[in-house]
Design a protein around this ligand. Structure first.
Ligand code: NAP
Ligand code: MG
Length: 486
């Protein structure tokens, strides 16, 4: 019998009002059930929102450093549980245990960072035009905030939304992706054990179209922070902003690596593969295009395909696995469809391109790491986010054409250039349309204390992570005080 997990509403762990459940399975072996989770509907979400609204005034009034103490305790508990959380992450999402461990420890760092932020200044004092006026602007909480997160970083993304939301005095309704509820459960369980009062944080495992939709429409929700696909993000933004709610969106990417003729090719190959294939290419910052200067194209492609052929694909729990499964049958089918599209568009398949079969693979969603070359700018596989282990190799005549190609998509999340020429590196940094830029590092690296987010249709509504997270999770009260009679 697998364990049953409940939703957390107003400080109580409870089943769904209509008794619905969802079963969490391992994408590396779908016979392995990870847990059965209460599946919240709209009525459950409405209840949670009311609970969060009810306790908001008290939570907002609690001294900020006191809120910080809870986050500090949660960071310690989370870190102590890192191995268990990492295993849960690998088993429900599929990424390798090493990646999961890194993400679990990062969760603890994020909690600690925002605990620290509760001791930071909360506003600014300004000079006033009137001699007696004390003029300042203070950051104050927003109210009930709704957090909607995807399955691909089910520890890091929820943590980097929940921690600042709480630190700055908001109460929270949180809906993780239905595919990854166990990691979300750990985060909420840890925060409860750290002493969070009832109602301040509510967990609803549910479908986007049900619990998620209630978040979008309920007037008690004052702000929504969403990470996920562009299609869903656009719909949420249209509906929520129409009723005056604040919206933050982190969405897709089509992140390029540009390899210039003078690059260290061995390093460029390794970093391109890490960016493209770790987490099975299911990172918003994954490398999906590598744009290579003509002089080195053949050598780069040969080295790349040789190396890709050596990557070990398998269950993420095995220590020698480089790349795990896709997260779900739908995700697997979506990637296989794009592989067919790439072939039909006339790109040349030079590695992978197939579903994997055999004892190790038959019960999971495994696709071989895939590389296309002769990919041109207007092909769908050069324009659309595939969200899987598929890399498009593109040719550029020179630096200018490489940057033009790199910028030629609707997205602008992350980008990387491989070169030893400092002048060209700095030109790339200036000319690339991306919110995160790397020189000689992979597109997917992101440290936990710095702004995170993209240009163009990758993001909107303010950056996440680090100090800048405060922008979204607070509002500003500007105060003019004239001590009358003074
Ligand atoms: P998704 O399908 O958009 O789902 C994201 C979340 O939105 C899930 O919790 C989903 O619930 C929920 N949702 C779906 N429909 C909704 C609705 N009508 N109202 C409210 N919520 C709704 O994205 P995904 O497939 O999980 O994740 C992959 C995407 O996330 C990729 O595009 C990737 O690039 C993006 N991503 C971006 C970043 C970034 O920081 N820029 C980071 C990671 C991932 P369900 O449980 O029902 O699916
Ligand atoms: Mg989804």
């Amino acid at each position: 019998m697998s364990r049953t997990y409940q939703n957390y509403i107003d400080g109580q762990w409870m089943p769904a009002l209509d008794g619905s459940t969802t079963t969490d399975k391992n994408p590396a072996n779908t016979e392995e059930v990870i847990g059965v989770f209460a599946l919240a509907g709209r009525a459950d979400a409405a209840r949670a929102i009311e609970a969060a609204a009810k306790v908001f005034p008290a939570w907002a009034k609690m001294p900020m450093p006191k809120r910080g103490e809870i986050l500090h305790r949660a960071a310690a508990l989370f870190e102590a549980r890192a191995d268990e959380i990492a295993e849960a992450l690998t088993r429900e999402e599929g990424k390798t245990l090493a990646e999961s461990k890194g993400e679990a420890l990062r969760g603890a760092m994020i909690l600690r960072f925002f605990a620290g932020e509760t001791m930071q200044p909360t506003g600014e004092i300004y000079p006033s035009a009137s001699a007696n006026t004390f003029l300042y602007a203070e950051r104050v909480p927003t109210g009930v905030v709704a957090l909607i997160t995807p399955w691909n970083f089910p520890v890091a993304i929820p943590t980097w939304k929940v921690a600042p939301a709480l630190a700055y005095g908001n109460t929270v309704v949180f809906k993780p992706a239905e595919l990854t509820p166990l990691t979300a459960w750990h985060l909420v369980d840890v925060l409860e054990k750290a002493g969070l009062p009832p109602g301040v944080l509510n967990l609803l495992v549910g479908r986007g179209s049900q619990a998620g939709q209630e978040f979008v429409e309920n007037p008690l929700v004052k702000a929504i922070s969403f990470t996920g696909s562009n299609v869903v993000g656009a719909r949420i933004a249209a509906q929520a902003t129409a009723r005056g709610a604040k919206v933050q969106l982190e969405m897709g990417g089509k992140n390029p690596v540009v390899v210039l003729a003078d690059a260290d090719l061995k390093q460029a190959v390794e970093l391109t593969i890490a960016g493209a294939m770790l987490s099975t290419g299911q990172k918003c910052t994954a490398t999906s295009r590598v744009i290579v200067q003509r002089e080195i194209l053949d050598e780069f492609r040969d080295r790349l395909t040789d190396r890709v052929a050596t990557l070990k694909v398998g269950n993420g729990m095995h220590p020698d696995t480089y790349m795990g499964p896709l997260v779900s049958a739908d995700a697997e089918q979506g990637v296989l469809n794009y592989i067919e599209i790439g072939k039909a568009e006339g790109a040349r398949l030079v590695a992978g391109g197939v579903k994997l079969y055999g004892d190790e693979y038959d019960r999971g969603y495994f696709i071989a790491p895939t590389v296309f070359d002769r990919v041109t700018a207007e092909m769908k596989i050069a324009q659309e986010e595939i969200f899987g282990p598929v890399l498009a190799v593109m040719e550029a005549r020179d630096f200018d054409e490489a940057v033009r190609l790199a910028n030629h998509t609707q997205f602008g999340l992350s980008a990387s250039v491989m070169t030893r020429d400092l002048g060209l590196a700095l030109r790339f940094v200036r000319e690339i349309e991306a919110g995160i830029v790397h020189v000689n590092s992979q597109t997917a690296g992101a440290e936990p204390h710095v702004p995170f987010g993209g240009f163009k249709s990758s993001s909107s509504g303010g950056r996440e992570q680090g100090k800048v997270a405060r922008e979204f999770f607070t509002q500003i009260k500007t105060v003019y005080i004239d001590p009358s009679g003074a």
